[in-house]
Design a protein around this ligand. Sequence first.
Ligand SMILES: Cc1ncc(COP(=O)(O)O)c(C=O)c1O
Ligand SMILES: N[C@@H](CCCC[NH3+])C(=O)O
Length: 417
Amino acid sequence: MAFTYKNDVLHCEDVAISTIAEQVGTPVYVYSRADIEAAFGEYQSALANRPHLICYAVKANSNLAVLNLLARLGAGFDIVSEGELARVIAAGGDPSKVVFSGVGKSCEGIRQALDAGIRCFNVESEAELNVLNEIAAECGKVAPVSLRVNPDVDANTHPYISTGLKENKFGVDIERAKDLYEQAAAMSFIEPVGVDCHIGSQLLSITPFIDAVDRLLALVDALESSGITLKHLDLGGGLGVQYGEEQAPAISAYIAALTDRLGDREFELIFEPGRSVVAMAGALVTRVNYLKPTEHRNFALVDAAMNDLIRPALYDAWMDILPATQRHDTAHRWDVVGPVCETGDFLGKDRELALQPDDLLVVTGAGAYGFVMASNYNTRPRPAEVVVDKGTLHVVRQREALESLWAGETCLPEPAS
Ligand SMILES: Cc1ncc(COP(=O)(O)O)c(C=O)c1O
Ligand SMILES: N[C@@H](CCCC[NH3+])C(=O)O
């Protein structure tokens, strides 16, 4: 674990958090190269004795430096837009290791992905399959396809990030999937190559994954007996991490439990992990601007806000908040809140901390769905991002310049008289 205390001072790898804040300012996202590589390495070791491709889910953290270091480790990528495809290519990723997920792919995205020669389109509806067939015909290409099947399994996670239930917008109803594969197989510019599912994110139990894989395997066997042989099984992402006291399954246990279900079937396995690769490798560093104790609650007003890290506001997500330097004076309960004009603008509530103005606080577990979900609400520039590589600090994205926030906007001309 990269974020550890040495003599009361929190470090990322060998660099003190206070050094980062002095050099780069706050708020700032900090990622540990070693932690990202270790988590990805766990997937690689767990899958070492099977044909596999680990397609890192770009949406979790799409910083070019992060994508580049995963590409160098041999990762494939799971994308959901032409923007993410462009990022992967800019970061040196191999398009032939890209799978394209997403329930509403644009025609332009489909065209660019066909041109780039991606590994597979994870198709989510009959309408999308027809559009893909038409665009592939125009481009004179055959599109490799998996259907993303909705297995109707309860992932037991926050309702906003549960994706494998019938009432969710994602995937093709498993009961319709066989018919759709038969249609796909008859299309001239579509080649069914795999099957895919992704039932949700931040799953803390392996059981729903097992239920989903069993349902997928029954479908694969039924397809096989009607003459459609698939080459790969894509089991999506979704493995949770330990933000607080809840325990998350180890990557190795999760992979072992799923590969156990396959029997002697010899598919290539694809996984699309996002959070479990990058979440714990990152943190958001923020400075206490004001302390505001009141009769009812104590507020620590920090310089990061919901625009920088929206998970607490959007999902009521609990994320750990650590002092950059541990004080040994009396702790109090603080709501750690930002400057944005919304009551939902908090990073954590009721946290026991010994605080002084100007102290640095560190929100851990922020490497996934942190910067990527940041916005410019309240005309706040998005923070810088840095990677710590042992003793060296690399600024991999500068904090946005204020003027860039209104670049491209124009005022109306004087009204014609
Ligand atoms: C299709 C798809 N694949 C992979 C992921 C990555 O999920 P996670 O970050 O939970 O591993 C997501 C996000 O939930 C997704 O929608
Ligand atoms: N944004 C979510 C995860 C979304 C998963 C995307 N399919 C989170 O922060 O937990």
